[in-house]
Design a protein around this ligand. Structure first.
Ligand SMILES: [Zn+2]
Length: 247
């Protein structure tokens, strides 16, 4: 779905732990730079197809910015780096770097937790999940550049990094200065058309996840892209104030 000039929200089908859903990485591009925000679980052909369609082909991809370490956001990264014929720079927050690089086990997908969960799945789903999990265990992707709160990345009209810990310790949101678009990662979700706050069951620290929402009220936002739930455009600033005050 086209969001603004040079901003496309992807819509990728995903099946995790028996639940099918749609996830939404974002593609941002101009003449110099093509950026993928979050790498999907393992859907490179679908990503390439959209990139061709919008005129920012995979052969031009030069950066991946990760909002955080969860598998549905980084699972597709190893393949992207392997398939690309040139260096793709990977950016993430310092706090997420050791998990993404495999120096620490992923917080929510460590081998012990996964073994238990996989055992309970029907065979076909288990095989699919095992593939994603194995890919994540082989992940030796260096984070080439760490980003920090308030930093404005000089790409595609300026991308402001907003440090929003809680869902994971180093979670970030991205504000696209030109189109006033907020890419929330998993700091916010859209459920049945409504913008809602972080889900406690998926947050490594729900209090800080809620606290992080206050930061988002400092920006003038017209469009929100949630990785889970997609686009939200209705009185965004007011809705964010409500969510931040709910506490
Ligand atoms: Zn997610």
């Amino acid at each position: 779905m086209n969001i603004a000039n040079g901003v496309e929200m992807l819509e990728l089908a995903m099946n995790v732990m028996g639940n099918s859903s749609v996830i939404h990485p974002t593609l941002i591009w101009d003449e110099a730079t093509v950026i993928l925000v979050d790498a999907g679980a393992s859907q490179l052909p679908e990503i390439q197809k959209v990139m061709d369609q919008v005129g920012a082909p995979f052969s031009r991809l030069n950066k991946v910015i990760l909002t955080h370490q969860d598998l549905d956001h980084i699972g597709g990264l190893p393949e992207i780096l392997r398939v690309s014929d040139h260096k793709v720079e990977v950016l993430a927050h310092e706090e997420e770097k050791p998990y993404i690089q495999g120096d620490k086990p992923l917080i929510k997908f460590n081998p012990q937790k996964m073994a238990q969960r996989l055992a309970s799945l029907p065979e076909e789903q288990r095989k699919q999940m095992e593939k994603v999990f194995e890919a994540s265990q082989r992940l030796k992707a260096n984070v080439d550049k760490t980003v920090e709160d308030g930093e404005v990345l000089p790409y595609c009209g300026g991308i402001t990094v907003i440090f929003t810990p809680g869902h994971t310790p180093g979670h970030i949101c991205l504000y696209l200065n030109q189109s006033k678009t907020l890419i929330t990662g998993d700091a916010l979700n859209v459920v049945e058309g409504q913008l809602v706050g972080p889900k406690p069951e998926y947050s490594s620290d729900i209090d800080s996840a809620k606290n992080s929402l206050k930061k988002l009220t400092q920006y003038d936002i017209e469009t929100v892209i949630c990785y889970h739930g997609g686009v939200y455009k209705h009185n965004v600033n007011q809705r964010l104030l409500e969510l931040a005050n709910e506490g």
